[in-house]
Design a binder for this molecule. Structure first.
Ligand code: ZN
Length: 248
């Protein structure tokens, strides 16, 4: 096997990551007080979600959206954003322990679930953000069309519904073992989005190997070949949670 060097983030990528992680945290801190009511929590979650537009354009100024580094930056920021949205909704729900009206919850589940794409067992954060976006849009339409529920009751139920969507994701990123499997799953989702120089997004994974870096840290190497032009390249992924497996 040819020796492998881990692909590290460039200085520019690290700078964008640091700056945007801080921007998400600062924005989260600013909107957090709004989450004292269901309507406020939903508005704050929506405003947080809209932060994605900013970091996507900042990243796109320097990196191709479909190249390796650009995808990695956005995935990392998406994870931060999803966790911030979860923290916001959770804070609201823990503060307002009142159980939502079951009828309202059931009504929402019935009306909204059909409009959301089913997420894979280990979703990548952008998929979860996509679901949140679709749910918020569908909820707004339900409200505009008018329901028989009290607005406060339905908003409260919807905050629970949204927390359910993000919670499922965050758990796969926090539970030992699962977070490692979700890292592996994401590798393939990155490859699926990666664009070859010939203009196609059609890479085959020809080999996957577990490697070790200079300090013994494990990482994955994927060898890829473009189905359209045959060009080959390799990409590497950190495996920060590989150690979970040894403990199981
Ligand atoms: Zn190609």
């Amino acid at each position: 096997m040819t020796p492998t060097t881990k692909i590290e983030f460039s200085e520019r990528a690290l700078k964008i990551l640091k700056q945007e992680v801080e921007a998400i945290a600062a924005f989260h801190k600013r909107v957090r007080p709004q989450a004292s009511s269901a309507a406020g929590a939903l508005a704050a979650a929506c405003a947080l979600l809209n932060q994605r537009g900013r970091y996507c354009s900042v990243t796109a100024e320097h990196f191709d959206r479909l190249d390796f580094e650009g995808i990695q930056i956005i995935d990392a920021l998406d994870e931060h954003l999803t966790k911030a949205i979860r923290a916001l909704l959770k804070a609201f729900i823990e503060e307002h322990r009142r159980t939502p009206e079951l009828k309202a919850l059931r009504f929402l589940a019935e009306k909204l679930v059909v409009q959301l794409q089913e997420l894979p067992p280990y979703p990548v954060a952008y998929m979860v953000l996509g679901s949140l976006h679709a749910a918020l849009k569908a909820f707004q339409k339900l409200i505009d069309d008018g329901t028989s529920f009290d607005i406060e009751a339905i908003e409260h139920a919807f905050a629970h519904f949204l927390l359910g969507v993000v919670d499922k994701y965050v758990q796969t990123r926090e539970r030992p073992g699962e977070r490692h499997h979700s890292d592996i799953y994401r590798e393939y989702v990155v490859v699926r989005r990666l664009k070859c120089g010939c203009g196609e997004e059609k890479y085959d994974v020809t080999m996957q190997a577990l490697c070790h870096g200079a300090k013994g840290e494990p990482f994955d190497r994927l060898d890829l070949q473009c189905k359209a032009c045959g060009a080959r390249r390799s990409v590497t992924f950190d495996l920060p949670f590989f150690k979970d497996l040894e403990k199981m």
